[in-house]
Design a protein around this ligand. Structure first.
Ligand code: SF4
Ligand code: SF4
Length: 170
């Protein structure tokens, strides 16, 4: 957790649940043992660098409407090398299907199709690639696996999961 000049985490602690913290061997979707849900981090001054450096998109980007605050939306949005990732609070796995979130996610997918940017919803370790026309439910995707898309022009026509060390083999 951190804070931006304009927004602050306030009562939100959702990243301390949905994100993995390697330094603490904390898995995804389990509360960090140092988290006081709704109040903050009990070891704030000594929290790992990973935590110190982390900021969800709502915190740092005013373009994300106030309703996207993770404690309210139950969704933590981050950017990845490939695009946008939306992690659901496992207690609200369908939060991303509600409005206005579903509409915004669809709009990002439309934008992503022209900009070669992926939009991925993550529920636990299950990943769903969202495109303007359809969803590709990829099931459980491990940390050593990657999503490979097949494109026709800019349109995604298939998506598969491959081991990272198999990428480029052919
Ligand atoms: S999810 Fe975002 S707003 Fe919530 S505690 Fe983490 S960084 Fe702060
Ligand atoms: S150490 Fe603190 S900031 Fe980091 S995940 Fe745990 S509670 Fe959150």
């Amino acid at each position: 957790m951190t804070s931006s000049a304009k927004r602050s985490c306030g009562d939100c602690t959702l990243c301390c649940k949905v994100m993995a913290i390697e330094a603490l061997a904390k898995p995804v979707n389990a509360w960090c043992s140092h988290c006081q849900p709704g109040r903050g981090c009990a070891i704030y001054a000594a929290r790992p660098t990973e935590c110190e450096d982390f900021a969800c998109l709502w915190l740092v980007n005013d373009l994300l409407d106030e309703c996207w605050k993770p404690s309210r939306s139950k969704l933590v949005v981050t950017t990845s090398e490939d695009g946008v990732e939306i992690r659901c609070d496992p207690g609200s796995p369908n939060a991303w299907r509600k409005e206005p979130y579903a509409g915004d996610i669809h709009a990002w997918a439309v934008e992503g199709e022209t900009n070669d940017m992926t939009v991925v919803v993550i529920i636990g370790r299950r990943m769903i690639l969202v495109t303007p026309d359809r969803e590709f439910d990829l099931g459980i995707v491990g940390p050593d696996e990657r999503i490979v898309r097949e494109l026709e022009g800019t349109k995604v026509v298939s998506a598969t999961v491959v081991k990272e060390n198999e990428l480029g083999r052919g």
